[in-house]
Ligand binder design. Structure first.
Ligand code: ATP
Length: 429
């Protein structure tokens, strides 16, 4: 982890937030390569949900919502974690995350557990009183539920259909940590799939399978993924069934995504609290019912950490250690680097033209500083799958060498065909 965190900073994936002021605990900023990687992950998720399913629509709901939403959802009353304080060093813990009856930091005595609401509160408008309280949403799902009718009507969807959303969520976590694994501000990629009651278990299984497949489609190794089923004691109050997809991090097996059968709890509660009917009229059966919801909820930042951990490799190459980020080409920040073999004989000009042409389709990097070996290493370290080298032969026959990152094999490709050659390998379809 330490080496990965240091690479993330050095190469511009992830920085500590407000670093020049000493940093803000558990808040991070994505740098030039981090934002590319993150956008690519989001894009793969978005395509897999909305482009690949004609019955899934997208939304982008606002972070601030009517405060009644959080009463209906159960968050005001129940979105709490138990908290204990160390009486000596004042550290705070979630008792379920420590395995000692005393403070793991200093051995001091702990207070009795008390419940702590994880929602961030703020005020809307100029008056800071109870009637002006609004919350930063702790999950994106509620923005989907309250728009269920709007989306269904506007898009003329019929059951079963889903709504997908990517957006920020905020939780005042008691024990954030493990780099970007658990933070107080993070992004979720959630899809709520509305189905007829009675068909929910079948859809639950279908989505379970599809979501496991998705993680592998962005290059995460299958053997590092597993299922964790929530037992009766773990199930959320609204859930009929819940499975987590876990990944084996250096700090243990941890959840990266939850797939939940939320029943008709959410729509039922919003119907009750808003007074608006949220039932669906099933034309074929001539009956009204409140749909059941199958939810797939994955953290974007947590997926990004997963792909970073999964991609990180150190290899011995001669007497050097080669650090390679083995990102799937589909999500790699740079798809290709364009490198003139030497800085003379018109090679840089030729290479720049290639780079300029490719830039219209992909994020590419042009580099003519240092030996070609060094340049390869720099690109390995940020996971660029293809290095395109322009050499003497290029000027004669228009071909370039393309070096593949993992195998380090080289092949000659006509420069006029490069765009299609890369596209075929990096496309998400
Ligand atoms: P936990 O029990 O670990 O706090 P949770 O079960 O409450 O998590 P969900 O509400 O199911 O988590 O959230 C769905 C997904 O959102 C998680 O699988 C995770 O990827 C992401 N997520 C949740 N909380 C955080 C966080 N604090 N930081 C980063 N990602 C998060």
């Amino acid at each position: 982890m330490e080496r990965l965190v240091s690479l993330c900073k050095r190469r511009g994936f992830v920085f500590q937030s407000s670093e020049i002021y000493g940093g803000l605990n558990s808040c991070y900023d994505y740098g030039p390569l981090g934002i590319e990687l993150k956008n690519n992950i989001k894009n793969c998720w978005w395509r897999s949900m909305t482009y690949h399913h004609e019955n899934i629509e997208g939304v982008d709901a606002s972070i601030l919502m009517h405060p009644r939403v959080w009463e209906a959802s159960g968050h005001v009353a129940g979105f709490t974690d138990p908290l204990v304080d160390c009486k000596k060093c004042k550290q705070r813990y979630r008792p379920d995350q420590i395995d000692t009856p005393v403070c793991p930091n200093c051995g001091g005595e702990l207070t009795e557990p008390r419940m702590f609401n994880l929602m961030f509160k703020t005020f809307m408008g100029p008056v800071e009183n109870q009637t002006a309280v609004v919350y930063l949403r702790p999950e994106t799902a509620q923005g989907i539920f309250v728009n269920f009718l709007n989306v269904m009507t506007a898009s003329r969807q019929k059951l079963p259909f889903g709504i997908a959303q990517i957006g920020k969520a905020f939780r005042n976590e008691i024990t954030p940590g493990n780099f970007i694994f658990r933070t107080r501000e993070f992004e979720q990629m959630e899809m709520q799939f509305f189905v007829r009651p009675g068909e929910d278990s079948e859809w639950f299984e279908k989505w379970r399978e599809e979501r496991m497949q998705w993680h592998q489609s962005i290059g995460i190794r299958a053997e590092k993924l597993r299922w964790h089923e929530h037992g009766p004691g773990e199930l959320a109050h609204y859930a009929k069934a819940a499975f987590d997809i876990q990944y084996e991090f250096p700090f243990g097996w941890q959840e990266i995504e939850g797939i939940h059968n939320r029943t008709d709890f959410d729509l039922g509660r919003h119907q009750e609290y808003s007074g608006k009917r949220l039932a669906y009229f099933d034309e074929a059966r001539k009956e009204h019912y409140v749909p059941y919801v199958i939810e797939t909820s994955v953290g974007c930042d947590r997926t990004l950490l997963t792909v970073l951990v999964d991609a990180y490799h150190e290899e011995q190459a001669g007497d050097e250690t080669r650090v390679v980020m083995r990102f799937s080409p589909r999500i790699a920040p740079f798809k290709a680097a364009v490198l003139p073999l030497v800085r003379k004989d018109g090679l840089p000009e030729y290479a720049k033209n290639i780079a300029r042409d490719l830039m219209r389709s992909f994020r590419v990097f042009y580099d003519d500083v240092a030996s070609v070996g060094k340049r390869y290493r720099r690109m390995d370290e940020v996971g660029t799958p293809y290095c395109i080298t322009v050499d003497g032969q290029t000027l004669q026959d228009g071909t370039v060498t393309v070096r593949e990152r993992d195998s380090m094999q080289q092949e000659r490709v006509a420069s006029s065909e490069l765009r299609g050659w890369i596209d075929e390998r990096v496309r998400y379809d």
